[in-house]
Write a protein that binds this ligand. Structure first.
Ligand SMILES: *Cc1c(COP(=O)(O)O)cnc(C)c1O
Length: 455
């Protein structure tokens, strides 16, 4: 047997970090992640290229069921609606739809995606501040509920209902003080100032549409479960006011999204897993508030949740490769990776977990991680302790399932393959990597610019 020559490790002097120490030293935080759901990361990269996004179907279903159970055991009528903008790759959406989630969309593009995926209009909730006449007509004709964002939209729907001779199904979005600042008061109608009640009265007394629900989405990555109790209380107050004044029972209260995922915000002292509320915490806050609000069994509204990031973040991984090692002028170690901020938008606010794929030496060093872009902002991480990775080594960046595959940009580089590992451990491409042909297909060359001569 021929032993592989040991890799040379340059000696360095580093300060010791206080940590949980036992007689064997400090616990290694750098256990390699060589498989995901039992599938070899190196084999995935060999087959689908690097970088590559990897989504675990098993993890999506497991997380969804955990969230659903937290609510359904505490409240008799619960419905989730998958927030398309969080990850609208069709295969991902369909995993959620198979689990029973409706669709929550914030643009006509997302609306069309949901329809195409086979979601019926009545199971699509249409949010967002921008809806054109055509968008609204489409939603009304399909029987979707339109979540009205502002008075101009309300008047627009009144006008349309006259010409379409259909009664649109609507809800209003309510914003409110939940003790979390800055307040998200740019969307919807304010509760405290009476705007929301004013919009409700306008809808009820104009009698051109059916008010079927109330909606709020109080923020995102909310670390306070109590904020949801306050929101639920304020929505319930409006709903009970509608029963009292207009003798009308709403079908649902929609508490929106915003539950934190198991990620760590930049600047956070403790890792996200230690500080974020669980689904049970959020569910307890919301459900007990609604159950105690004063509804009877007959008029208890359906509880809708539009949870996005907390349902998908953990199911997403990005596998990438080391392109080069560098020593910066101030002595810091740096590596250049083939994945940058262009495809990992959330690295602007999260400290993602970054793990080597191969077993590396026990020596570690604080490392700056750069992406491949020829642009100064392309820093995946300012400082992270990593083993001494060499060119060609791989890493897995974890908890990246939310927002990266929708907010990524085609800048300098192409967007990579996205693959799904199904519950049997089979891998499937669910979004093909972009090619230069894909991009050129969208461009046109005016006749007079078609030729040139260089000397
Ligand atoms: C973005 C959004 C969601 C999902 O938010 P998360 O923070 O990902 O849970 C839900 N509802 C609305 C209206 C949204 O805009």
């Amino acid at each position: 047997m021929v032993m592989e020559k040991l890799r040379y490790e340059r000696p360095v002097i580093t300060t010791l970090n206080a940590g949980v120490t036992n007689k064997f030293g400090t616990k290694s935080l750098h256990a390699p992640v060589s498989t995901i759901d039992g599938v070899s990361v190196k084999e995935i990269i060999a087959k689908y290229g690097s970088p590559v996004f990897i989504i675990s179907e098993r993890k999506i279903r497991q997380t969804y069921r955990e969230a659903y159970r937290a609510f359904a055991t505490r409240y008799p009528k619960v419905q989730f609606a998958w927030s398309y903008k969080t990850n609208y790759i069709n295969a991902v959406c369909n995993v959620f739809h198979q689990e029973g989630a409706w669709a929550e969309v914030v643009s006509i593009f997302e609306y069309q995606k949901a329809l195409k995926n086979g979601v019926e209009g009545k199971n699509i909730l249409f949010n967002g501040p921008e809806k054109t006449d055509d968008d609204l007509k489409t939603a009304i004709q399909h029987g979707s509920v339109i979540h009205i964002d502002h008075l101009d939209e309300l008047y627009q729907i009144i006008e349309l209902s006259d010409t379409l001779k259909v009664r649109p199904r609507v809800a209003i979005r309510v914003n409110m003080d939940t003790g979390i600042y800055p307040m998200w008061d740019r969307f919807g109608f304010n509760y405290e100032s009476g705007q929301a009640w004013d919009a409700i009265n306008k809808i009820m007394l104009t009698d051109k549409m059916d008010l079927v629900g109330l909606h709020c989405h109080i923020g995102t990555f909310m670390l306070s479960a109590n904020a949801y109790a306050i929101a639920a209380n304020k929505l319930a107050d409006l709903a009970l006011g509608i029963i009292q004044k207009h003798k009308k029972t709403l079908e649902y209260l929609d508490l929106g999204g915003g539950f934190a995922s198991k990620n760590t915000l930049k600047g956070s002292f403790l890792p996200g897993t230690d500080v974020i509320p669980s689904f049970d915490d959020y569910a307890e806050a919301i459900c007990s508030t609604l159950l105690n609000a004063g509804f009877t069994r007959e008029n208890l509204p359906l509880l809708i949740l539009e949870t996005g990031r907390a349902l998908i973040d953990e199911a997403g991984y990005l596998a990438a490769s080391v392109i080069a090692n560098k020593r910066l002028s101030d002595g810091r170690r740096a590596i250049v990776m083939d994945a940058g901020v262009n495809i990992l938008f959330t690295s602007f606010w999260y400290d993602h977990r970054i793990s080597p794929v191969e077993q590396a030496g026990s020596q570690t060093e604080n490392t700056v991680i750069y992406g491949p872009l020829c642009m100064n902002i392309d820093i995946l991480r300012e400082s992270v302790t990593l083993p001494l990775l060499k060119k060609g080594d791989h890493v897995v960046i974890h908890t990246v399932g939310a927002y990266n595959m929708t907010q990524w940009m085609q800048f300098i580089a192409m967007r990579p393959n996205v693959i799904l590992i199904d519950e049997k451990g089979q891998t499937h491409i669910i979004r093909n990597r972009e090619t230069v042909e894909d991009l050129n297909k969208m461009e046109e060359m005016p006749e007079h610019l078609k030729s040139f001569k260089l000397s």
